[in-house]
Design a protein around this ligand. Structure first.
Ligand code: CMP
Length: 143
């Protein structure tokens, strides 16, 4: 079972979209195996976005991601990484297709609501940055 790291960014939390967005993943059949509300420390945001260091938007991105709480989700399922990214839509709200999370809930490019790991390597690194091992659950439906 593949796992991916999703961040509902400060704009998603401030706009009251935690339930709407999380519900889409649940209905799709991706299993929530980790979930918490947190304010990201600058050092974690810098590590998370290290591949973008030096780009013109990097400092603003780190400021944005640390400005107020986010929700971090660990989702599990077959092909969870690709499925979650399809559901998120294109990076920029202005370009994202209707029917996707970014396409349905925003037009902003910088405030694009959600992050999802883009590869198995990134997912392993990002899950490790945001969750301790004992914060991830392994569970099966029983009722
Ligand atoms: P995310 O999926 O979190 O991964 C990298 C982030 O960088 C991306 O979403 C956007 O929030 C941000 N980003 C990428 N390109 C730009 C850009 N040109 N201007 C502003 N932010 C950007």
């Amino acid at each position: 079972m593949e796992k991916t790291l999703i961040i509902l960014k400060p704009d998603a939390v401030q706009r009251g979209l935690i339930g709407e967005i999380t519900s889409r993943f649940e209905k799709k059949g991706l299993q929530i195996v980790g979930m918490k509300l947190m304010t990201i420390p600058a050092s974690i945001a810098e590590q998370h976005y290290a591949p973008h260091k030096g780009k013109p938007f990097y400092e603003g991105l780190v400021r944005f991601m640390t400005c107020s709480p986010v929700v971090v989700l660990a989702l599990a399922g077959k092909d969870a990484i690709v499925i979650a990214r399809k559901m998120m839509g294109a990076t920029f709200g202005s370009k994202a297709e209707p029917g996707t999370i970014r396409g349905d809930y925003g037009v902003s490019n910088a405030y694009n609501l959600i992050h999802g790991s883009d590869s198995p390597e990134a997912a392993t690194k990002e899950l490790g940055l945001f969750f301790k091992a004992d914060e991830l659950q392994t569970w099966k439906p029983t009722i």
